[in-house]
Design a protein around this ligand. Structure first.
Ligand code: ADP
Ligand code: GN1
Ligand code: MG
Length: 389
């Protein structure tokens, strides 16, 4: 059955020209007016496959009929407690990137996101329930993937995220708000898991014993990178912190990596974590929520392609210790993500969007399968990094 590889928009859920039955769109409509589209907007469709925010594609009349022109998002305020801080980070970083891209001779309108202010000049709009909405230009002739379609894409992805790290090398990190404190502190993630396990609020413990044991056995692993960060072995950089394949747009004309999106979690962090989160998602042979674990494997040849693209961009910037830490980043970001899914399962699915009751458990299982396979070929993973360093 498989998932759609390409990210596409869904069915029309709002239209300025006709009434759509059965959906309460008042807040969406208010947001459309707040950003100044009003009746100029033809219709809106749900968009994207993110687990946190709600994303909408806004269509307006163009030369060849209605075209996707803007992306409108309701930010999840349960996850992002300080939306003003999130938006300040994003405006700061994208403005900075525009200058860098101009200096590189690139096209700032395609290579970074352009956020739009509300009619009254605010960074975001607050709806009747106090929920934050923000808006940016849709980048035409771009594509977004859930799974690697051609291996070359993953090389491109490594190259783009590596380049992104370099572009933000001199960005004043002190200007950044920490949008989610301890986001990739794997030790704290383990502790949160222990709390959820102890509470077992939804009596789900009995249904995931093997997964619980898998995590408990890896308690010491959780500290590997946190320790090196604390003792200064690994420096903090300005990192993206959510480097999934579907957070990068590819140029449909050239097939090359074009633009890094989803900038909500830009914060000081470890290079290994950005590297690792990309590997976790993109070097897998199946979707993050594949139920048939026989289909879920860690593809080391995809890993190698990413390493190549990433290190071509960053090997002169990263320290020796950082380069050495990359394979651990892959292992630990995958373990951490699995821990987060399992924790959310135990606490009753309050964080990630789910489509059915075991969804988070299914996701945790794929992550643990990947961790297991990475552990088995860890020497090889380290060798590959050394080869391209
Ligand atoms: P989330 O936090 O929910 O993941 P994203 O900002 O990543 O939100 O957007 C969700 C999805 O919407 C992306 O994965 C991508 O498929 C699509 N998307 C967002 N912005 C654009 C854009 N400018 N052009 C094309 N697709 C986009
Ligand atoms: C979430 O929002 P989205 O889908 O890009 C999550 C990431 C996880 C990812 C797992 C703010 O990302 O940390 O790695 O799901 N984002 C947040 O797919 O928690
Ligand atoms: Mg996203």
């Amino acid at each position: 059955i498989g998932i759609k590889q390409k990210v596409e928009a869904g069915d029309v859920i709002f239209s300025t020209h006709r009434k759509i039955d059965g959906v309460d769109n008042r807040d969406l409509e208010d947001a459309i007016y707040a950003f100044g589209f009003g009746p100029r907007c033809s219709y809106v469709k749900p968009f994207g496959a993110g687990h946190i925010n709600e994303t909408y594609a806004v269509y307006t009349p163009g030369e060849n009929g209605d075209e996707l022109s803007y992306v409108l998002q309701r930010v999840n305020s349960n996850v992002f407690k300080d939306p003003a801080g999130v938006m300040e980070n994003i405006f700061g970083v994208t403005e900075y990137l525009r200058n860098v891209i101009r200096e590189e001779g690139g096209d700032p309108d395609r290579e970074t996101l352009a956020y739009i202010k509300t009619k009254s000049g605010a960074n975001y709009f607050e709806d009747s329930e106090g929920e934050p909405w923000r808006c940016y230009n849709f980048i035409p002739d771009s594509e977004c993937y859930q799974l690697v379609e051609k291996p070359e894409q993953f090389y491109q992805s490594g190259s783009s995220f590596g380049h992104f790290l370099k572009q933000l090398g001199d960005y004043p990190a002190s200007r950044l708000h920490e949008t989610i404190p301890d986001f990739h502190n794997t030790v704290k993630r383990f502790e949160a898991f222990e709390v959820a396990l102890k509470r077992d609020l939804k009596n789900r413990k009995g249904s995931c014993r093997p997964e619980i044991d898998f995590v408990l056995k890896r308690k010491d692993d959780c500290a590997v990178l946190v320790k090196q960060q604390d003792d200064g072995t690994l420096p903090l950089r300005v990192t993206h912190n959510d480097t999934k394949l579907n957070n990068i747009l590819f140029d449909s004309r050239t097939g090359k990596g074009l633009c890094i999106i989803d900038l909500d979690t830009i914060m000081p962090g470890l290079a290994a974590n950005d590297f690792g989160d990309s590997i976790r998602f993109g070097a897998a042979t199946a979707a993050e929520d594949e139920k048939n674990l026989d289909l879920v494997h860690f593809d080391i040849s995809l890993y190698e392609l990413y390493v190549k693209g990433y290190l071509e961009e960053t090997k002169d910037v990263l320290t020796k210790e950082e380069i050495e830490s990359l394979p651990w980043g892959a292992r630990l970001m995958t373990l951490e993500c699995g821990i987060r899914f399992l924790t959310d399962y135990l606490q009753g699915d309050t964080y990630f969007k789910t489509e059915y009751p075991e969804h988070n458990l299914v996701r945790a299982r794929t992550q643990f399968r990947l961790v297991d396979e990475m552990e088995q070929c860890f020497d090889k993973m380290q060798e590959i990094v050394r080869k391209y360093a």
